[in-house]
Design a protein around this ligand. Sequence first.
Ligand code: CP
Length: 315
Amino acid sequence: MINPFYNTDLISVKTLNREQVLAILQLAARFKERACHNTTCIPAPLAGKIIANCFFEPSTRTRLSFESAALRLGAQCIGFANASTTSVAKGESLQDSIRMLANYADLLVIRHPKAGAAQLAAEVSDKPVINAGDGSNQHPTQALIDLFTIQAAQMTLESLSIALVGDLKYSRTVHSLIQLCTLFNMRLFLVAPPALALPDSTCDQLKWQGIRFSHHQDLATVLPRVDVVYMTRLQRERLLDSETLICLQPFQITTHLLKQAAPHLKILHPLPRLSEIMPEVDKTSHAYYFEQAANAVYVRKALLTLLLSEATNVS
Ligand code: CP
């Protein structure tokens, strides 16, 4: 039987249903269970494949964990971390750049500052495209990593309470993760200054879906009520001129604030962090953001395997 993910694009989490999400997480868990990164003792299911990592915007975790995942699966990587070293600097269009890259690779991973760029790339590429973040729109692979990490931390995804904190207007990881939370009946606490609140269009969609959510400006009152806190940084690179004085300092998480948290509460952050999580928090049992970053390789191994393997028995 053909693997339903084979040769498809991953541009938005909106195209994934609950069953598909669970299948991705299950395969990622199997990669994690094995946790054998020694390429001499595991098969190389993607041997002979080439992954193009095309990063038109800075990245540490996404680019390097995709590269690590590909290499551990036996694939090889090409690409760039800075578009100024490509012919984009001479004025080549995104569409023409992607058409070229699709000639050289079996799958394209693209990060771009403009919302919609990954969709545009998928429309001109005859190879699968994975969206590694497009403006403030979507970051589907990060959201799958977040969900995988929540499941590992709380042993379930069903009906959890999650606080999403900080820049909810521009954070693409939040925009993707919220969509996935709706598949598992999660209760959402949206903690942000009014100027960086979740966009009305997303709130309207949540209402229409019957999702339980509420707006807050005080993290201290929300903290005792949740299983997971998802922190975000101020997305300075996307702010309008009128927003540059916004400060997330009142939303900072400290060990003092954590005295009110349930013992099982876990803090996630897609990283990089600025000052929203104090370093003193790293040593507490609530800190889970470094495990979250480590999980990136397992989830991205699962995604590369699913998109590039024709058979269903891809593990
Ligand atoms: N989480 C994330 O997207 O990190 P990078 O910007 O470092 O890739």
